[in-house]
Ligand binder design. Structure first.
Ligand code: GCU
Length: 688
């Protein structure tokens, strides 16, 4: 059943005013070109412009596909020959933008390029129609920009409809069936296309019995989603279970080297492509947290991934094989097993063995989407393997969309991390295949999605900024997070629709710019991670995981805290990094403060680079973090009556909860460490 139309997010009608007021020519054919035409037609109907398919008179804007017959006369000769300064052509997804003689021109080689060009103009607004603009080609830096939905088809007894979902139900599924809300899915496709996202997987990586059927008897459900998203250039992928040949095919084994198993995957995959010709491929979580995998058959993960890759290759599909493989039945007494080592230990030895259409999907950090972790050592360790770096847009460990936490600065830091030290290639360079020593395979940026059937898509209206920024960073990982926030503000809160545009902009920056670091300050200190409530990962639980089987410990005692991952005295994980990081992280003197407790166990009296002791840092940051949330709440109050009251009210309610929860974090963490250490706060503040 359809529910009320969702919030327009960053594409309200007003964002199309500049285009809608113009005379526009749309030239070309193909589904995304029709999407372009419909968008322009709708805008023109509202703002007084007109759109045509063949030039009948003077125009202000031409959006044209180059190989769709002769270009309209109005395109000046200079633009026809793509005088692109870097000599490249727009290619599969890019577009060329220029403006001369009062006409703005977007040319593309492929229909979806035209769609990306249109949304670029939307971002530019009036600026797209002023002055002369030399030709410039825009192309995505990364070939695949993907969101993984952890949506369950059937409601999971513990995880519900969406695993780690904080925005209500699924946009795809409800109670074991497709939800059938076509309007919402089209709106979603449109939002994704406007940021540059071009792929999604439609079900959880933990594949249950109902979800397994999407590959076979319930393929029509997947095809319907693919049909709705195709006009937006978004391809559909599916999470599959490695045990599918047994579960669905009735075979006695899922052994990747078994002939019958190969045949089953081949014929099953052929049927998938017969139904969904542009199907993207499979996502697999194998031998991880209880999911089946090749280890059951004495095979390794290259055998497993290559099996699926072989079935997909003839059709141009890829397998995203997740590197999130570790022992989730650890004994807390055993200090030699280190969860942070696991992905590297499992996968680095397999470099060079993966088929060309395997994409090894690596979480950005070695543990699990924490608000602070070092970059995963796997990324530098696999030069012969295609990689995807996996981020988490859904805020599992960053406030679950109750807390305002703008994550783009964190992702930017990860993407800008120089894998082989200053001046060397970054994570973004590796994914974008920028020339240089080290990995040269290129890769994808993937994130776990944060949307649901909530009227604001994300529960927290400001969490829309994370979804927006993810897509834009996947298009160009070098974009600046503050500038991206400006883009999002301009689109979401158009100046003509709010009471005081300057106040709106300043307030949103005041609330969001530093919100990730604020979150870091009032939660687990100095990169140690977790300390979350094990029931759901929300709110503080300092010892919540300390004696559990999950391998995420902080080892606090009366003298100190932190995990010794050094080669000298600890688990040796620092040795998984290439120089200089292997030395920097090993060294107590050089290790950056924010990662100190990730790599070292230190006394509370240890003095940080900041000049503070560890214990005083814990107190100071926790007091500061809560004070900053109070300031966020007060700033936000100033927007009452200035923006849409529904948005204002929802955010106000969430900020109240953020303040309550941050206060709880502060008091539990400070009290915990005061009780352990007996060291009082140097500034005499109240610790309970
Ligand atoms: C986290 C999360 C799980 C999820 C897992 C994964 O551990 O809590 O719900 O299944 O990551 O990425 O597979």
């Amino acid at each position: 059943p359809a529910s009320p139309p969702p919030h327009p997010a960053w594409l309200p009608p007003e964002a199309f005013r500049a285009i809608g007021a113009r005379r526009v020519l749309v030239h070309g054919e193909g589904p995304p070109v029709e999407t372009v035409h419909d968008e322009v037609a709708r805008a023109c109907a509202r703002y007084g412009g007109r759109v045509e398919r063949t030039a009948a008179g003077p125009v202000d804007l031409v959006l044209a596909l180059r190989d769709s017959g002769p270009l309209p006369e109005v395109v000046p000769p200079a633009a026809r020959t793509a005088p692109d300064p870097d000599g490249g052509s727009p290619g599969d997804e890019g577009f060329l933008l220029t403006r001369s003689d009062g006409v703005t021109i977007v040319l593309a080689d492929a229909p979806v390029g035209l769609l990306y060009g249109l949304f670029h103009l939307v971002r530019l607004g009036e600026a797209a129609f002023t002055g002369e603009q030399p030709a410039r080609t825009h192309r995505p830096a990364l070939r695949r920009r993907m969101l993984d939905h952890w949506d369950n088809v059937a409601v999971h007894p513990v995880m519900g409809q969406v695993e780690r979902g904080y925005a209500g139900g699924s946009i795809f599924w409800r109670d074991g069936r497709p939800r059938g809300d076509r309007e919402r899915l089209r709106a979603y496709g449109r939002l994704l296309a406007s940021t540059g996202v071009n792929a999604i997987s439609v079900n959880n990586v933990n594949v249950g019995p109902t979800e397994a059927l999407l590959l076979t008897e319930r393929l029509d459900d997947v095809a319907e989603i693919a049909d709705l998203l195709r006009p937006y250039g978004v391809r559909v992928h599916l999470s599959v279970t490695f045990a599918a040949p047994v579960l669905l095919g009735g075979l006695p084994t899922a052994d990747p080297l078994d002939e019958q198993v190969r045949d089953w995957w081949e014929s099953t995959t052929r049927r998938v492509y017969a139904r969904v010709p542009d199907f993207g491929g499979y996502v697999v979580k194998a031998d991880s947290e209880g999911q089946p995998g090749p280890f059951s058959y004495g095979r390794d993960h290259a055998d497993g991934a290559n099996l699926l890759a072989a079935a997909l290759a003839p059709h141009g599909g890829v397998v995203h094989w997740r590197a999130f493989v570790y022992d989730h039945r650890q004994d807390w007494r055993d200090r030699t097993t280190d969860r942070a080592r696991a992905a590297y230990d499992h996968f680095a030895p397999l470099d060079g063995r993966f088929a060309d259409n395997v994409v090894l999907q690596v979480k950005f950090g070695p543990v699990d989407f924490q608000p602070r972790e070092p970059v995963s050592p796997v990324i530098a360790a696999m030069p012969a393997t295609r990689l995807a770096v996996e981020l988490q847009v859904t805020q599992e460990y960053t406030g679950q969309q109750w807390h305002a936490c703008y994550l783009a600065p964190w992702w930017h830091e990860v993407l800008a991390f120089r894998l082989w030290g200053p001046g060397e290639r970054s994570v973004a360079d590796v994914l974008a295949d920028v020339p240089g020593p080290g990995p040269r395979r290129g890769g994808d940026l993937v994130a776990v999605a944060n949307v649901g059937d909530d009227p604001f898509w994300c529960g927290h209206p400001l969490a829309q900024a994370n979804l927006y920024a993810f897509g834009r960073l996947a298009w160009d990982p070098r974009l600046d997070p503050t500038a991206l926030l400006d883009e999002w503000i301009d689109l979401t809160f158009p100046a003509s629709t709010v009471g005081d545009p300057t106040l709106v902009r300043e307030t949103l920056h005041a609330v969001l710019d530093d919100s990730w670091r604020i979150y870091e300050r009032y939660t687990a200190p100095l990169g140690v991670g977790f300390m979350v409530n094990p029931a759901g990962h929300y709110g503080p639980g300092v010892d919540g995981y300390e004696y559990s089987r999950w391998g995420t410990y902080h080892f606090a005692d009366r003298d100190g805290v932190g995990v010794d991952r050094t080669r000298a005295t600890g688990t040796g994980m620092t040795g998984q990094y290439p120089p200089p990081w292997s030395q920097v992280y090993e060294s107590l003197e050089q290790c950056p403060d924010e990662l100190l407790l990730f790599f070292h166990h230190v006394p509370y009296s240890h003095v940080l680079h900041s000049g503070s002791t560890v214990i005083q840092h814990i107190y100071d940051t926790h007091f500061a973090g809560v004070a900053e949330v109070e300031a966020m709440r007060d700033r936000w109050a100033g927007l009452a009556g200035v923006i849409d009251p529904a948005v204002h009210e929802r955010v106000t309610e969430r900020l109240a909860e953020q303040l309550r929860c941050a206060t709880e974090w502060r008091d539990q963490v400070n009290t915990y460490f005061f009780r352990k250490s007996g060291v009082p706060d140097a500034r005499g503040r109240r610790i309970h």
